[in-house]
Write a protein that binds this ligand. Structure first.
Ligand code: PHE
Length: 326
């Protein structure tokens, strides 16, 4: 059963406002609606919450708590916030009904935490981290799920910070960005193989991706770059330069905790949840059966001739060598 009303960031959202089967501009199924408001990233005993807190520790330590943290912003945002404000072109595929969940013609389930960049810049924030659930219509497999969690980081520099450095504003921001994220990777992983890949995002230039080597594959864990000047200009900061990154918490947590399947993050099975606790980053996950436990009691009478191995052999005679503990 799905709760009919959710509260996110102090705002009440009725299921009917999000899932209206009669509205042709709505494509949010119940299975997705039921994820709204769960906020796995705010649970201190969940791998995503543990990871979020470890990233906070890194920024608090390296930037003496200058970064303001938001982790309760509503995932329902306007098309303008999700796309226009971060310069996503009008014909970009990510805007399509095939790729994004539309609540109605003007509002979507955010497909990235970048949806909050412009508003927070406009409010005058210069150092901030936004953590939240993001939604993309996507196929499901061990590393993809239509709901996952991102953390966005933005840092704005004023001219006195790069003037006199001998490099231009963009290079200054780009090298600070890479240094910051390499430091973060080091803080989280210790030694890990990583590489920078040049890429494209509408909201940054230059743009990069950081990949980490995991289970014989290069895994993309974050996108980042130097913020497009147009975004700063629209928020009244044309004199500044900024960097931004958006990292996927699940991908990083899978590597850190050895979690083999992204679907496990949603598990309420004790065998999953009991393995993690607050502040314990990188405890290795111990796999368990995909099937739920099944309890069956059995009673029997024994004669004097009974020995324990008689029973074990009767059981093995039926179940074979898979049975381990009686
Ligand atoms: N929003 C991008 C994504 O979801 C990540 C990103 C954030 C890239 C900020 C650059 C700057 O893939």
């Amino acid at each position: 059963p799905i709760a009919a009303v959710l509260e996110i960031g102090g705002v009440k959202i009725a299921k009917d406002d999000v899932v209206r089967e009669s509205d042709p501009s709505n494509n949010v199924p119940d299975a997705i609606f039921s994820k709204l408001g769960l906020q796995l990233h705010r649970r201190d005993n969940h791998p995503l919450g543990i990871l979020k807190n470890a990233i906070f520790d890194y920024f608090d330590t390296s930037y003496s708590a200058k970064f303001v943290k938001f982790d309760d912003l509503s995932p329902i945002v306007s098309v303008k916030e999700n796309f226009d404000d971060v310069l996503v072109p009008a014909d970009h595929v990510s805007r399509s009904y095939n790729d994004t969940y539309y609540v109605d013609a003007q509002n979507v389930l955010r497909c990235h935490t970048s949806a909050h960049q412009a508003e927070l810049l406009r409010k005058g924030h210069t150092h901030f981290l936004v953590t939240g659930d993001v939604y993309r219509r996507d196929s499901i497999d061990s590393t993809h799920y239509p709901v996952f969690h991102q953390m966005e980081g933005v840092r704005v520099f004023s001219p006195d910070e790069w003037l006199g450095s001998g490099v231009d504003a963009t290079s200054y921001a780009a090298s600070d960005l890479k240094k910051t994220l390499e430091g973060l990777a080091q803080h989280l992983f210790g030694a890990v193989e990583m590489r920078w890949v040049d890429t494209y995002f509408p909201f940054t230039n230059p743009s990069f991706e950081l990949e980490i080597y995991f289970q014989d594959n290069w895994l993309e864990v974050l996108g980042c770059g130097v913020t497009e000047q147009e975004i700063l200009k629209r928020s009244g900061r044309e004199d500044s330069v900024a960097w931004a990154f958006g990292l996927g918490l699940e991908r990083l947590a899978m590597v850190l905790f050895d979690i083999p399947d992204i679907r496990l993050f949603w598990s309420t099975d004790q065998r999953f949840t009991s393995q993690f606790s607050e502040g314990k980053l990188g405890v290795k996950f111990k796999p368990y059966s995909k099937f739920p436990p099944c309890y069956k009691d059995m009673s029997f009478w024994i004669s004097d001739a009974f020995t324990e191995n008689n029973l074990c052999e009767v059981v093995r005679g039926i179940a074979g060598d898979l049975v381990e503990e009686a």
